[in-house]
Write a new protein. Sequence first.
Length: 683
Amino acid sequence: MRFRLSLLILLMLVTFAVAIIPLTTTAVWQSTDKATGTRHPVSTGCDWADIDGDGWLDLVVSNGNDINEEYCAVYFNSSGTLETTPSWMSAPEEFHGHNECADYDKDGDPDLAVAYLGGGSPWSYGNDVVYEGNGSTLGSNPAWSGTVDHNDFGITWGDYDGDGDLDLAVSGGVDYVSRDEPLRIYRNDNGTLTTTAAWQSVKETTWMDVLFADFNNDGYLDLAAAAEHDSNVIFLGTGSGLPTTFQWEDADTWDTIRLAAGDVNDDGWMDLVVANNNQSAGQQDIIYFSNSGLIDTTPDWFSEPVEMSSFAALADIDNDGDLDLSTSGWWADIRIYENHGGSFNILPEWLSGLGYNPVSEALLFADYDNDGLTSGTDSFTGNGTAKVFQLDVLPFRRVTAVRVNGSLLPVSGYCYGRQEGWVSLGTAPTNGASVEVDYEYSTDLDLAQTDWGDKPNVIFENDPASGVELHGFLASRTNDGVLLDWEISADAISLSIYRQRLTPTVSVAPPVDNRHYAAWQQHQALETAEYEATSWELLTTLDSNSGTQWLDAIPPAGTLRYLIETTDLHGQSHRFDPITVNPAEETGTDETLSRSHLENPWTCPADDVISVMLLLTTEDATGAVSVNLYDLAGRRVAALAPRNLSAGRHTLSLPTADLANGVYLLSLETTNHSDSQTVVIAR
């Protein structure tokens, strides 16, 4: 089980790690081609695809952005080990935008589509391209290229005309040179893409992203498009194709850079997630919920904090049956908002702990180490007109079979979208026909992130199946050093403690490309610290009978991180995410240790029971101690009977099975002091 970093900066700091999202906050893999050699790629788009057909997903990255002309790359995956320097690089070096892989020609291997963003001075214009797969790698040069010189950032595959094969949609326009363009779609005719747009929008603006989804559940794919300094829109598909004018737009003007779609509140209708990127002041990310297919035109959820966001991705990260939201930004932590029964807190429950602020451009979930790979079958009933069917899981890896009335459809008869979870058939099943879709997906999704700054691309690993659970990890600064205190399950037979030092770096250099200078100035105004991290230093190894505390008696100055690594009964090691402490310049006793108080309740969100963890001073151990739970109206809804406890740390269990989901206030009451903590109950 992995833990989110919780950082409380006081004069003398206490830090406590809480279990929520089972994703490492530190990278388990990072690319090295961004740090070595004369070519220093500025990474933008990424996708996961099994390029060499060995059953393991490879990481496909497009480089360049609007900063440098650079190559696209594939980091090949060998049985769960990803190479750090790519074995495949494209021959052309261009100002690449985002990318997406799909088997558009249905020959059994994935192909790579890449958007042309443009850049330089004067600004360059170019063509979108496709690199075709051959079963073991990609061709070095594009097999297809559009013939219209233009600029676009977003690109995606989708069946806009309902014929069962994948067409290529691209955004158009670029704000930096005030160039408005339409959205364009290149039609796929039996594995051959048109070189000029077969469809384009009437509206021209600076479009940033496109995606396909069936928002109104009519069995036809719709096209959502994001715009910078303009409205976001949706074109609703019909039985005769995609209209060139949109049928929905949001009521406000945002600086949107990326979109995501999924049924986040589990009502059977697709909702729209919007990542906004105002480069002068930052903006909130937002979600528009669907009301029976009618997308709200004003946002239903706003994120905090305000950031220059760059990407949004939906996935069931904690494998509890609902879609969690991950967002990234420029010079900002990667953030994950856990789905609590169809709603999100405004603050993220998980933050990356890379030791620096990444300049993210893309996030993408996939099971790269195949440790949660499984399969499923979803069943539907045809109505005579619907061609698009929404699977229960997104993202998924691939569709393995489609049957209509028990008869297997040929691969030429359907296509699918992995990220938004749809399958599109070339012929609508008759009314009452049974439709079955077999597909592969994962219950253990890892996360890849690309960086257009000077930092590497990284992967965060999902590890929900660990046999050891770390229930709590506390670091307290005292006049004797840093006292580490933990609670761990009995499955651990040994425990190792590591320390890392974080040293502030010199202020981040401005981008060489002055188009991003305003964004860099905004980052500087936030005064967000950047750190260089030393390697992890092993401090001690303890067996399971050595207690639950250890003192780092002579900690070095500066910001420190500590982590615990355990070995279980089967000899497997499990490394938990670190906690960070910022030792004071002068020694002393932490003020919070001089009074009784609650520590972070576990788990939070809770379900049927809350573990109440508290520290009791000698002064308060002379009288009765009460623990009560109140709702937001001030009514006491649960309580533990008053009792006498000895001085020190205690863990008590508070039953909550009869309580509704929601936010509550947990209160500790002693003879001399009281303390409270917020608790969320979500099942």
